[in-house]
Design a binder for this molecule. Structure first.
Ligand SMILES: [Ca+2]
Ligand SMILES: [Ca+2]
Ligand SMILES: [Ca+2]
Ligand SMILES: [Ca+2]
Length: 467
C-alpha cells in the first residue's frame, strides 16, 4: 500500500522514501570483516600480499618500474602501503587490497633502506644506507627534505649500511620521535621541527661502540628496545630517564629483528645464527629479563619479524620464500606461509577488523575476555554478556565507549550491559567523555608499521658494501 500510494503521488515522495530505506539498510548492514594483510618485499619488483586469516598468499602488488624493493610500511589509518627501492623512489599504493592505485615520489641521491610512516599518516621518514641523512617526505605536499643525523663514514659514530628506523608510538597529541640505528648507537629525530635531537651512544661489554641492528619502541613510547647482534642481547632504554638502560635480555645467538606486542608486555626477537625466536616479558626485567624460546621449528636464519595488530600472531622471515607463524598465546610455531615470490626482506602488516564488528583488531587485542576460547578480535561478543560488540562499542567503534569510566570499554566490561549485572543498559550507552581508552587505542596503532631489516639482506642488495 505504501509503495502504491507513494508511486501515485509522483516522484516527490518516492525519492525521500527510498533514500530513507537505503539509509536504514546501510545502518543495519554489518561491517565487512577484513583480516590484516601482510605486505612483504624481497628485493624483487613486486610486493607479496599474505592474508593473515588463512596464512596464504593472496596476491601481489606490482608498483610501476620498481627495482629491488626494500623497506615497507603501512599507514594504519588509510591502509596505504609505502615501499622504497634502489631507483631512489617511494612507491605509494593506495587502497592496496581491493583497487590498488600506484604513484611514485622521487628521492634525492641517496640509498633508501628502511622507512616509517608517522602515527598521523602525514609523513614518511626514510633511513638511507651508509649515508649521513634521513629523508622526510611530507605526504600532504609530496615535498622532500633531508635531516643530517650526525654520523660519519670513518669517525666515532659511523653511519650504518643497514639503518633500521622506528617511530615512537605515541598519541598524535604528544611528541613523536624517530629513531635511526647507527654503528655506534641511535640517532633521535624530533618530528615537530625535523631536527636531530641527539645521538645516543650505545656501549658494549668490551667498552667500545655497539652496532645497533634493530630498533622497536614500546607502545607508550617510553622504552626503546635495541638488538645487539654481537652481544646476543636486547637492551631496553628508558627514553624519559636520560636513556638509562632498564632492561637487559640475554637472548639467542645473533639477535636481529624485534617486535613489541601492542599491549607492551612482551618482546620477540629473531636470532639469526641461533635458529630461534626468543621472547621475554617486560615485567620480568629488573633489569635482567627472563627469556624463553618459542617452541617448534622456525624458518632458517630468522631475521625479520612483525606482529599482527591484535598482537596474536608473529610472522618471521629468514632463509627461503616462506614465513613462520607464531601464536603468541602459546609461543609456539603453528603455521608456515609458503609461496612467497622470494626471500623476505621486510614485512609490514595492516590493521584489520577480523570479526567485522567495526572495532579494529588493534583496539580489540588478542586476549579472550570471556574465556570462551575465541580471542576478542574474532569474538563478536567479547565479554559474553549477550550484547554484540558492535552495539556496545557505541557510535565510533574505533574509540569504543567506556560508560563507567574504569578504563575498560563497555564491549569488554562484563559489569556494563547485557544480563550479567551492572547497569544492564544494552546498547544505548552514552560516553561520559573518558578519553583514556581513546588514547590507548591510538597507541596501539603505532606498532603496526613494524618493519624489520636484516644486515645479511643488504649484503645481497649491495654486494659492493659487503663486509
Ligand atoms: Ca573487530
Ligand atoms: Ca572470547
Ligand atoms: Ca557484549
Ligand atoms: Ca568500563
Amino acid at each position: 500500500m505504501l509503495l502504491k500510494n507513494t508511486a501515485e503521488s509522483g516522484g516527490r515522495f518516492a525519492l525521500p522514501f527510498f533514500a530513507f530505506a537505503a539509509a536504514l539498510l546501510i545502518l543495519a548492514a554489518p561491517s565487512r570483516a577484513q583480516a590484516p594483510l601482510a605486505y612483504i618485499t624481497d628485493l624483487g619488483n613486486t610486493i607479496t600480499v599474505v592474508d593473515t586469516s588463512t596464512n596464504e598468499v593472496k596476491g601481489s602488488l606490482d608498483p610501476t618500474i620498481a627495482s629491488s624493493l626494500m623497506g615497507i610500511a603501512v599507514d594504519p589509518g588509510s591502509g596505504a602501503v609505502y615501499a622504497v627501492d634502489l631507483n631512489k623512489t617511494v612507491h605509494v599504493i593506495d587502497s592496496p587490497d581491493d583497487n590498488p592505485s600506484y604513484s611514485m615520489i622521487h628521492l634525492p641521491d641517496v640509498s633508501p633502506f628502511g622507512l616509517v610512516v608517522t602515527p598521523d599518516g602525514g609523513a614518511l621518514y626514510i633511513a638511507n644506507a651508509g649515508a649521513n641523512s634521513v629523508t622526510v617526505v611530507d605526504l600532504g605536499t609530496s615535498a622532500v627534505s633531508s635531516i643530517d643525523i650526525g654520523c660519519d663514514s670513518d669517525g666515532t659514530n659511523n653511519c650504518s649500511s643497514t639503518p633500521s628506523i622506528t617511530v615512537t608510538p605515541t598519541s598524535s597529541a604528544g611528541p613523536v620521535y624517530v629513531y635511526v640505528a647507527t654503528n655506534a648507537g641511535v640517532a633521535v629525530i624530533d618530528t615537530s621541527n625535523n631536527t636531530l635531537k641527539e645521538n645516543i651512544p650505545v656501549t658494549c661489554g668490551h667498552g667500545g661502540a655497539c652496532d645497533a641492528i634493530d630498533l622497536a619502541a614500546s607502545p607508550d613510547g617510553k622504552t626503546l628496545f635495541i638488538s645487539i647482534f654481537e652481544e646476543n642481547q636486547v637492551i631496553g632504554m628508558d627514553i624519559s630517564m636520560q636513556n638509562t638502560i632498564v632492561q637487559i635480555a640475554e637472548v639467542g645467538d645473533s639477535p636481529e629483528g624485534l617486535a613489541v606486542t601492542p599491549d607492551g608486555k612482551a618482546v620477540y626477537v629473531t636470532n639469526m645464527n641461533g635458529q630461534s625466536v626468543s621472547v621475554f616479558e617486560v615485567g620480568s626485567c629488573g633489569p635482567e629479563c627472563t627469556v624463553s624460546t618459542v617452541s617448534g621449528t622456525v624458518v632458517g636464519e630468522p631475521s625479520i619479524i612483525a606482529l599482527t595488530p591484535d598482537g596474536g600472531s608473529a610472522y618471521v622471515g629468514g632463509e627461503g620464500p616462506s614465513l613462520s607463524v607464531i601464536d603468541t598465546s602459546t609461543n609456539a610455531v603453528t603455521a608456515t606461509v609458503s609461496g612467497l615470490s622470494g626471500e623476505p626482506f621486510a614485512i609490514a602488516i595492516s590493521d584489520g577488523d577480523s570479526d567485522g564488528d567495526g572495532i579494529p583488531d588493534s583496539v580489540e587485542g588478542s586476549e579472550d575476555t570471556d574465556g570462551d576460547g575465541v580471542k576478542d578480535s574474532l569474538d563478536t561478543d567479547a565479554d559474553g554478556d549477550g550484547v554484540p560488540d558492535a552495539e556496545e562499542a557505541g557510535p565510533d567503534p574505533k574509540n569504543p565507549v567506556d560508560s563507567d569510566g574504569d578504563g575498560i570499554h563497555d564491549y569488554k566490561d562484563p559489569t556494563v550491559g547485557g544480563d550479567t549485572g551492572g547497569n544492564g543498559g544494552g546498547g544505548c550507552t552514552l560516553s561520559s567523555g573518558d578519553t583514556t581508552g581513546t588514547a590507548f587505542s591510538y597507541l596501539l596503532y603505532f606498532i603496526i608499521p613494524a618493519m624489520i631489516l636484516a644486515k645479511r639482506f643488504y649484503r645481497k642488495a649491495s654486494p659492493d658494501k659487503a663486509e
